[in-house]
Design a binder for this molecule. Sequence first.
Ligand code: ADP
Ligand code: MG
Length: 735
Amino acid sequence: MNASRLSTSRPQNGFAHNEGSETYSAQNDRRKISEMFAENVFNLQAMKEYLTESTYYKMAAVIKNNEKIDLQTAENVAKGLKKWATDKGATHYTHWFQPLTGTTAEKHDAFYKPSLDLNIQGMESLTAAELVQREPDASSFPHGGLRSTAQARGYTIWDPSSPAFILETALGKTLYIPSVYISYTGESLDYKTPLMKSCEALNQAATRVCHFFDPTVHNVIATLGWEQEYFLIDEEHYRERPDLMQSGRSLFGNKPAKNQQLEDHYFGSIPERVQNFMVDFEREALRLGIPVLTRHNEVAPAQYECAPMFEELNVAVDHNLLVMDLMNRVAIRHGLKVLFHEKPFAGVNGSGKHNNWSMATDRGKNLLNPTELPGSNLSFLTFFVNVIAAVKRYDTLLRASIATAGNDHRLGANEAPPAIISVFTGTIMADVLEHFKKHGLTTDSNAKEMFDLNIPKVPEAKIDATDRNRTSPFPFTGNKFEFRAVGSSANCSSAMTVLNAMVADQLHTFAEAVEQRKAKGASIEAAVIAQLQHDLGEVESIIFNGDGYSKEWEKEAAKRGLPNVRSTPEALDAFVTAESKALFSRLGIFNERELEARHEVLLENYIKKNEVEAELYLELIRTHILPAAYAQQSVLIENFHGVTAMGLSRAADKLRLESERLNGHIDSLRESTDELADVLEKAHTKKDTRSVAVYMATKVRPLCESIRVHADALEGLVDDAEWRLPKYREMLQLC
Ligand code: ADP
Ligand code: MG
C-alpha cells in the first residue's frame, strides 16, 4: 500500500462511544436479545406503564384500528411520554421526518424550560402542542415549487402509528417522534405522508375484496421486509477519495484482477472486523425495536446485507431509515465507512434494497399465502392475480418509483433486475394459473414435494412454492412479492406508495367488475372466478419466468410491447401522465399540484447529482489524475534522453511508444474536460427542468463516462507511487 494514500489521519470523533459510566456499550452487554429488545421504544408495553388505563386503550386503538387522536389523549400521552423519556435520561426531543432529500431530518428542543422568575426552578415538560406539531422552515427543503422563502411555513405532525424512541450518543439521549411533514397549505413535502395515505387506500380496497370471502375482516395492512445491501470500506480510504465523499460513488478506478469472478465472497465467512461492526449496530437496532435477524456477505467484495423480520409497512420504512442512520454512526467507531450508493464501484455488483411486500388482515392472515393447495384457494388467487394485473396496468409507474441517478447505473447492468418491469411467478404458480384459467378451481396438488436426498442422517427437505429468480424485478417468492429493483440508498416509501396505490386501484376495479357480475345474478364465487379468468387473459405479457439478464428477453419484451426505460428523466414522465394524476387523486394520495411538485423535485435531484459528479470529474482530472500522468511523463522523457544519449535506439523506441500511449490519454483528457466544462455551462440554458435533466442524461453523462475511460487507462500506466487515489483493489480488500 502506498503510504501517501493514507496520509490524512482520521478526524477525532470527539468522544469514544463507551466513555462515561452510563453510556451503552455493546461490548459489555451480554444480555439475551429478548432482554434488551425495544428497551428504548415507547411501545404499547411502555405505554402500559406510563399512561393511564384509558389513554393506553385509546392509543392501542389508534395503532391497531386507525383511530384518530383527540386533544385530551394527546395531552395525556405527552405527559407519559415525557416522564418515560426523562426517566431514561433524555434531555431533548425532536420531530423526526422524511423530507424529499431522501434522508431524515430533525431539530432538537430541550424538555427543560427555565422559569422567568429567578426564584423558581425551571422544569422539564412536553405539552400536547409540542408533541403534536412543530414548525420547520419548509423553503429550505426540496419542495418542487410548493413553498418559497416568502411562503416558507411547513409543519411536522406526530405519527402515532410509529412508536417514539430514544437515540443515544456518548453524551446525551434524545427522544425521537416520527412525524409527517406538510406545507402550510396542507400539501405533502415528505415521503411519509403519501405512504400513509397509500396504506389507507390499500386498506380500503383490500378490505372491500376480502369481504367477498370473509365479512369479518376489519382492515388490511401492507407488510414490508426490506433487505439492505451495502458496501463497507476502511474509513481512511474513504477520506482519500473525494469522489466517494462527495458523490457517494467512485468516479474512477479499475476493477481489481480478482474481483467477484471466483464467487467466493457471497455467503463467505464474515471478516471479524465486519462482524464486530454488524453486532454493534444490530444491538443498537434491536434496542430500538428493529427486528434485524439476518446478516451475510453479498456477491461483490466488501458487500454485505442486513435484513429484519417484516413489519407493518409504515414502521418498516422508519426502521430502515433508522438502521441506515445507525450504521453510519456505528461504522465510524470501527474506522469503517458504509456506502449505500447503488453503484459505488464499477465492474462489480451494485447494491439494491429488495422490498418484500405483502398484505395481511387484522386477523393475521397473509393474503398472498398460497397455502398447501393454491389451486383451490380463491382468496389467494384473487390477490395474487390482482397484484400481477396492477403491475401490468401500471408498469411504467412502478419503474418511475425507483428511478434515480444512482439506480440508473444498476438497472439492466446484468447484475440487477433490468429496467423492463415484469413479474416472475415461478413454474409451479404458472401451472396453477394456467389450470385455473382453463378449468377454474382444483384441489390437485402441484406444490410442495419433498426431496429425498438419499444421504444417511440428513433429513428430507421441502421444495418451495417457487424457485428463486434473481433476474426478475418483481418475483413472487413463496408468500410475498419481492420488488428487487429498489435502489439501496432509496427511501422505500417511494416504491411502496406506488405499489400500494396500483394494487388498491386494481382491487377496486376488480371489485366493481365482480359486483356487476353479481348484479347480473352470478354467485360471488362464480363472479370472482369468471373475473379472474378474464383478467388472467389480459396480464400474460407481464409474466416472465426466464432469464431477465439475457439479450433475448430484451427482444422478447419489445415484441410484447413492454417498455424498457433506461434513464431517470424519461422514467419519471410516468408520474405526471393523465392516468397517474387520475389514479393518485382518485385514491387521495397526491393531488395534481403535489404530483407535479414531486416530479420537479425528482428531476432536480437527478440534475444536481449529475452536476456534482461532473464538477468532480473536472476537479479530480485536473488536480489528481493529470498531475500523476505528468509525473509519469517526466520519468519517461528523462529516460528517453538518457537511453538516446547512450545510443540505445531500441530502448528509445519503446520509451517513445509508451510515452505516446500516455500522451494520447492525456490529450484526450484535456480535450474532454474542456468539452465537459463547456457542456456543463450550457445546461441551464434549456427551457425547463425536464430538458435540463435529459441533457444531463444524453450529453453530460456520456461525456463523463468517456473521461473515465482515459483516466482509468492512466491508472494502469502510472507508477503506483504517484497515484494518490486509493485503488479498487485496496478499497475492496477490507480485511
Ligand atoms: P432472501 O432469501 O430473499 O434473501 P431474506 O430472508 O433475506 O430472503 O429476506 C426475506 C424478507 O422477506 C425478510 O425480511 C422477511 O421477513 C420478509 N417477509 C417474509 N414474509 C413476508 C410477508 N408476508 N410480507 C412482507 N415481507 C415478508
Ligand atoms: Mg436476501
